[in-house]
Design a protein around this ligand. Sequence first.
Ligand SMILES: *Cc1c(COP(=O)(O)O)cnc(C)c1O
Length: 420
Amino acid sequence: MDHFQLRDGELYAEDVPLARIAEDIGTPVYVYSRATLERHARVFREALSGLDNPHIAFALKSNPNLAVIKVLQRQGFGADVVSGGEMKRALAAGVAAEDIIFSGVGKTYREMAGALDAGIGQFNIESEEEGHELAQIAAGKGLAAPCALRVNPDVDAGTHAKISTGKAENKFGVPIGRAEEIFADLSSRPGMNLRGLAVHIGSQLSSLAPFEAAFNRVGELVKALRAQGHTITHVDLGGGLGVPYKAGDVLPSPAEYGEMVARVTSDWGVRLMFEPGRVISGNAGVLLTRVIRVKRGGNGPPFVIVDAAMNDLARPALYDAWHDIDAVVPSGARMTANVVGPICETGDTFARDREIDALVAGDLAVFRTAGAYGATMASSYNSRGFVAEVMVDGDKYAVVADRILPEEITAAERVPDWLE
Ligand SMILES: *Cc1c(COP(=O)(O)O)cnc(C)c1O
């Protein structure tokens, strides 16, 4: 359920007509709903209510806007970060350092030192090499880094190849078959407080079976490590739960996920940690766009050319992803169209041969379920500038990220004097 609904024939975000935002702020613009974010946070928390004090860390990479982080921080969420930049955002939004988890295969020396200085809650170590380096940095500071070892369980998440992370050939985590050996080595090092395991097998999972297979492997590893005398107090089960992008999509609910987790982990005796991203932010945002013109006369259906493009919303170009497209003021008429942006490449296509609300030049439309992996993947390709972001809260809204104009980007560029 989200708060982007028709009212008297016109699409609203909570109590604000989207047409008003388009009028005031211009298009394209991302619009987030605070009530939807809060609802998703509550549903996810309640789904885990059978567990003992789980730690829920919002995966910032799905939507790192400061206002979005703030909403979730006020819901008691921590943050899962994958770069020093994301860590700084989490801290700036008021997330307590101890509620931050640092994931990612390429943490640099600077990032690890900075995260140790900040006092973050947990590093998820992705390789033995990273573990050695982190232990050395921490020992040099007289600290013991709180860590979990991320294992790669070699499970097929059944999702798009570019967002699968738990197969043996993926770059993430240590091979589960070598985890006992690596755990023993790392946990003996000064500077290391290796206290648990982590797993994250991919994003937009549409079935619970791969999660369950991965979690069972992690559960066996917990037992094996304990049998060798290690103390395991934390297990991070990652994120990855999918969301419906298309009317009729059926996905496991957070409640079903929570029941499965409670069943599989009932005898683990650890504090469980979670890193949901998309399931919290996905349906809490839309990308609002205006039709520039409708181009007819080709072989196939007309091209509805909108003012949003692949630089604003990359998922269709990157993953062949589907986003529902709806008119802001639907007339009731329908059309079959190719929906494209203005960018000069064919990849800039949002929908092919799709039946949508009839649209003409000047009409407003939304791409739904754009709150996750939307604005954060924006680029300035074709010198289009960076898209603006707005958050709605009841009958008010605020710009939560300014549009960055092409000339502001150009202002950061230099022609060296030897070219003048
Ligand atoms: C991307 C990512 C997540 C979030 O994934 P979602 O599918 O958005 O829930 C969580 N943990 C890690 C380590 C990630 O890389």
